[in-house]
Ligand binder design. Structure first.
Ligand code: ADP
Length: 397
């Protein structure tokens, strides 16, 4: 069975085609700058050179048509016809409280997704565009929506409600939703697999540390709490996002700077976090370089990030009543031994003991804790596309 995974952003369309037998990747790529000048498609097939198409792409429909053209091209395609694609798995950011599982898309589901759009106005509308385009171009294929929020729908009420008037939850659905669910689910499931038999009640904290970062407390395979909230702005300090701050800062800054609340939130999303503190970059590779050259604010940004990750891990331990495994994933989690070492140095009281040699790993699965560590510490590269393909295949069964 062949499954196409699609992740539509406002000006991008990322895709990956899987042969589910052996979970082989047949092709992948992305359309970039859709709707503006300089639009392009980058298309890859394993073992072959990258193809770059410099075609004008006025909309996602044209991008998807070109991509299907590449996939079914007589000379260099990997499919005889688009009809070979059994299903399309769509990444959808927000499923609100409606979706705890992936869902087969029909007209009713589209209406519900439209309802969720005011909770994620930047993300859900392009996700929906992707679904509509693929329904039109691949009417034979099942369309499945897989949600970033779904994995966290198992959080208990006391963890996911905010202590504000209850009617804001009832009337406006204001609560913690959590994001990166597909990634947290994938790496926690893989960690349980590594732990082997008797993993039923495992207590795991997964650390998805990338441009966006979040932690998730997982017990017995279910998300019990997570650090992101009503939106992905909450929780940890991130590349350009502030994470948790005192909400009173928003009206205070609005008044001082003569900005609307909306504009302040934009600053908190785009000009804050590691970039805001360092004044240099949101990329931790740049920050380590600058810190090495003596830049104090770059060092401060790293220290703050590490402290907040460690404090976040500490705050989640009660949610699962202990800690068996700690998992690092995503750009920083997979590739930065320095960040992992500094975070774990805060956690010796939990019995976390790293092995420096093992911790030198980058971008590969590894156990990095020392033999005597009370907590097994792992690096597990995340694979959200593979997880979406798996969930799509599972739903069709
Ligand atoms: P996204 O959240 O956009 O998917 P990624 O998970 O790809 O992001 O993470 C990207 C981030 O990973 C970069 O901004 C960078 O800070 C970090 N990163 C990647 N490689 C390294 C490295 N070797 N050392 C430190 N940080 C790294």
């Amino acid at each position: 069975m062949k499954i196409l995974v699609v992740n539509c952003g406002s000006s991008t369309l990322k895709y990956k085609l899987f042969e589910m037998e052996g979970e082989r990747v047949l092709a992948w790529g992305m359309a970039d700058r859709i709707g503006s000048a300089g639009s392009r498609i980058y298309h890859r097939v394993p073992g072959r050179e990258e193809i770059v198409l410099d075609d004008p792409l006025p909309g996602h429909g044209e991008a998807a048509e070109r991509i299907l053209g590449l996939l079914t091209d007589a000379g260099r395609g990997v499919l005889g016809a688009a009809a070979e694609i059994s299903a399309v798995g769509h990444r959808v950011v927000h499923g609100g409280e409606f979706f705890q599982q992936p869902v087969l898309v029909d007209d009713g589901v589209i209406l519900t997704l439209e309802e969720c759009s005011d909770l994620a106005p930047l993300h859900n509308p392009p996700n929906l565009t992707g679904i509509r385009v693929c329904r039109r171009l691949m009417p034979h294929a099942a369309q499945v929506a897989v949600f970033d929020t779904a994995f966290h729908q198992t959080m208990p009420e006391y963890a996911c409600l905010y202590p504000i008037p209850y009617r804001y939850y009832k009337d406006f659905r204001v609560r913690k939703y959590g994001f990166h669910g597909t990634s947290h689910k994938y790496v926690s499931a893989r960690a349980a697999e590594i732990a082997g038999s008797g993993s039923g009640d495992l207590k795991i904290i997964t650390c998805h540390l990338g441009n966006g970062s979040s932690l998730c407390a997982v017990r017995g395979g279910r998300s019990v709490d997570t650090t992101m909230g009503f939106t992905p702005l909450a929780g940890l300090m991130m590349g350009t996002r502030c994470g948790d701050i005192d909400p009173s800062i928003i009206p205070y800054l609005a008044e001082k700077e003569g900005l609307t609340a909306g504009r302040v939130v934009e600053v908190l999303n785009k000009d804050s976090g590691a970039l805001g503190i360092s004044g240099i970059s949101s990329d931790f590779r740049d920050l380590f370089r600058a810190a090495g050259e003596g830049n104090k604010r770059a060092r401060l940004a790293i220290d703050m990030f590490v402290y907040r990750v460690a404090a976040g891990i500490g705050s989640l331990v009660p949610a699962i009543g202990g800690l068996d495994m700690l998992v690092f994933t995503a750009g920083i989690g997979e590739n930065s031994p320095e960040i992992r070492r500094e975070v774990c140095a805060y956690l010796t009281w939990l019995g976390v003991l790293l092995d420096d040699d093992r911790n030198s790993v980058r971008g590969a699965e590894a156990e990095i804790s020392a033999p005597g560590s009370a907590v097994k510490v792992l690096v597990i590269p995340t694979d959200e596309e593979k997880m979406i393909a798996r969930e799509t295949a599972l739903l069709l069964k």
